[in-house]
Every structure is written in structure tokens, then in C-alpha cells.
Design a protein around this ligand. Structure first.
Ligand code: FES
Length: 378
């Protein structure tokens, strides 16, 4: 058998393989291909997507194009070329023939993989304080306030969590910190689409949605968390015993930050301090704060001593108008918010001076093991 003949691999009976328009096959135990059957003929291209390696053979056919199951990039099922305008972004093509009722695919690719150069996303590179090109260590601290309350931004009303957040930010500003307020209610951003559920590596940094949808406004939140701010003040009302739905919408989109710890041993947040403001007409403060601290702790954030302030009048108090009045008039609560901001600043400065997180953090995250069950092999 010539070397060329040896490259032909028997994939299976043609009659059976023709039942599916697209399927995955592995040649010689190592070359993954996407085998398609369209218009009465078989075709094969590489089964590895150009983007971040998604399994093209597990995708679907949309006309002549294979749609990657991870983030939807498209490649021609027979030529491997990208969509019109992106032809250069192509995956290798493989020759296919049918002989004696068997489908044979040549393991040697008939064309090369081509990647159209894409400029790196602005969020890709994170420059930390004190590093070349980053903010000097001794520059004023930066505090971002995240308002998660949901309201019609065209008709604002008094929000107890927002009011305390305003007091905290004002106090930080008086102490010389730079401040920024992000109201999630003013942003349009998509819910996390659960790429992680398809495969851990399908969840990317920057977030795949952010990379593919220029109208999605989570980018400003990501930039504040990973790059700009030293201190995050997160304010939420309690709704049905939980933080607000907008808080969770944001948090789910931050899975990509935590996921970098799991899949790449890369800790995106370092030297970051979190303070929490939680207000509820009724109850469940400890559970809400517990979840929030767990989440930000898993992202690698630190907390000041006494990391939250909260207000609730208890289960029986449905008279919300009185709740609003009490928060509005309570000097103590607003002083408490200011004091929380001060504690965050003091902790932030101490952390930066000590450079606690200057070294590489290895195996961050609660799982502390490598992806793929490596712990069982060790
Ligand atoms: S579109 Fe294929 S891996 Fe992202």
C-alpha cells in the first residue's frame, strides 16, 4: 500500500452514515473531522473550529455551512471556507470517497487551515496597578459602585440601596478616591447563554457574547472589574429573599472571569476589595450577603473588616413606604455606608502596599484542581 493509500480511513457504511446530515468522526484515533451528507454526497472538513476549537462535527448544517455548536462560527461543509467575506478564515478540507459501500476519508488534509488575523479584544490584556503601563501604585484609589436595583430609568424613584450606595461613593470621593457609578438598569446586556454548559473551554475570556455582539454593554462592567477599579461597592435590594435579578444577570455573565481560574489557571481579579450594601423591606440579609461574598470570594476578591452594611425591618413589615422613609431619614445608615467605603479604601491601600497578590496565584477557586479530572490521575 502506498503512503497515500495508507491515509484513507474507513469511517463506516455509507448507507448508515447518510442518515445524518452532519456528524463527527475520528481518523486514526487523532484527527477529528466533520462529515456531512448533503445533496446526495459526502464531504469532510476538519472537526476543530478556528475560534477556540469547538467540535464542528457536533454542530448543525445551515444550508451549505456548518454552524459551530459553541459560538456559531460558520464554515462551508465541503470547502472549509468561512462565510462570504470571511473565506480566509477556513478549516482544512479532507477528500472523501465511497468504495464498496464504505465511506473513506483521507486523513491528510487537502487544504490548509487559515486564520484571518483578528485584533485582540480591548479586554484581553489586563494591566495591573504598579505594572509597566498600568496605574502607578500610589495614584488615587478607584471605586466603582454597582447599582443592581431595577427601575424605569426614565422615571427614577427613591431606591434605598441606591441611596446608600450614593452616600458610600460620596464618602470615597471626599477621601480623594476616583469614583464611578454603573447602574445596571441603564445597560442593555444579554443574559449568559451558558456556553460553559457545552464545554468548559467554550466559555472564553473576554466573554464570547462581548466579543461577538458590539451592542452588548457588559464590556463597561468587565472593564471596571478587571481593570479600572480597586474597590467594588455592590448594592442590591432583596427581592423574594434574594439579591435582585439584575445582580444575578451580571453575576452569570461573570462566569467567564471565574472560569479562567478553572480552565487556564488565570486569575483576572487581584488586589480587589468588595463592600456590599443590602437593603430589604423584609428579610434574608445573611443569606443574600453569604451568596454575594461567596461569589466575589471565588473570583479572588478580598473584603474589608465588616464587609457589608444592610437594613431590613423584618418579615412582617409590608409597609414599604415606611421602609423608604426610614432609610431616607436615617443618618446612621448613611454614616454606615460612608464608613463601609472608608474601610474598603483602607483595606485596598493596605493590600496594594503589601502587594499580597503580586505573585502568581496558582489553582485559585474552590475546586483547586485541574480541568478534566486530573486529580484522579495524580
Ligand atoms: S465558534 Fe467555534 S469555538 Fe467558538
Amino acid at each position: 500500500m502506498s503512503g497515500q493509500d495508507a491515509d484513507w480511513c474507513d469511517v463506516g457504511p455509507a448507507e448508515e452514515l447518510a442518515r445524518l446530515p452532519l456528524q463527527e468522526a475520528v481518523l486514526n484515533g487523532r484527527t477529528r473531522i466533520a462529515l456531512s451528507f448533503r445533496n446526495g454526497a459526502f464531504s469532510a472538513v476538519s472537526g476543530v473550529c478556528n475560534h477556540v476549537g469547538g467540535p464542528l462535527g457536533q454542530g448543525r448544517l445551515d444550508g451549505d455551512y456548518i454552524v459551530c455548536p459553541w459560538h456559531g462560527w460558520k464554515f462551508h461543509h465541503a470547502t472549509g471556507q468561512g462565510e462570504p467575506g470571511y473565506e480566509e478564515d477556513c478549516v482544512p478540507r479532507h477528500e472523501v470517497k465511497v468504495a464498496n459501500g464504505r465511506v473513506l476519508v483521507n486523513a491528510a488534509a487537502a487544504s490548509r487551515r487559515g486564520k484571518k488575523p483578528h485584533p485582540p479584544h480591548p479586554l484581553e490584556k489586563i494591566v495591573r496597578r504598579g505594572e509597566p503601563g498600568g496605574t502607578p501604585l500610589d495614584a488615587p484609589l478607584r471605586v466603582v459602585g454597582i447599582s443592581t436595583t431595577n427601575m424605569d430609568v426614565a422615571n427614577p424613584r427613591y431606591s434605598t440601596s441606591d441611596a446608600l450606595l450614593d452616600s458610600a461613593l460620596a464618602s470615597a470621593g471626599e477621601r480623594g478616591a476616583a469614583t464611578r457609578l454603573i447602574r445596571l438598569a441603564e445597560l442593555k446586556f444579554r443574559a449568559c447563554e451558558g456556553y460553559y454548559s457545552k464545554a468548559a473551554r467554550a466559555c472564553t475570556w473576554p466573554c464570547s457574547i462581548t466579543q461577538m455582539d458590539p451592542t452588548d454593554q457588559m464590556d463597561g462592567v468587565y472593564e471596571a472589574f478587571t481593570q479600572w477599579a480597586d474597590v467594588f461597592l455592590i448594592a442590591t435590594p432583596i427581592r423574594w429573599g434574594q439579591a435582585s435579578s439584575l445582580y444575578y444577570r451580571m453575576v452569570e455573565r461573570m462566569n467567564c472571569i471565574q472560569n479562567q481560574e478553572t480552565i487556564a489557571d488565570r486569575v483576572l481579579l487581584r488586589d480587589k476589595i468588595v463592600g456590599l450594601i443590602v437593603t430589604g423591606g423584609q428579610d434574608n440579609i445573611q443569606a443574600v450577603v453569604g451568596q454575594m461574598m461567596t461569589f466575589f470570594g471565588e473570583l479572588g476578591c478580598q473584603f474589608p473588616q465588616f464587609p457589608f452594611i444592610a437594613h431590613s425591618r423584618g418579615w412582617s413589615h409590608e409597609d414599604m413606604e415606611n421602609n423608604v422613609r426610614i432609610v431616607r431619614q436615617s443618618a446612621e445608615l448613611h454614616e454606615g455606608a460612608a464608613a463601609l467605603a472608608q474601610r474598603c479604601l483602607v483595606t485596598s491601600r493596605a493590600l496594594l502596599d503589601a502587594r499580597v497578590a503580586k505573585d502568581r496565584v496558582s489553582r485559585g477557586g474552590r475546586k483547586a484542581h485541574r480541568l478534566g479530572g486530573a486529580e484522579s490521575a495524580e
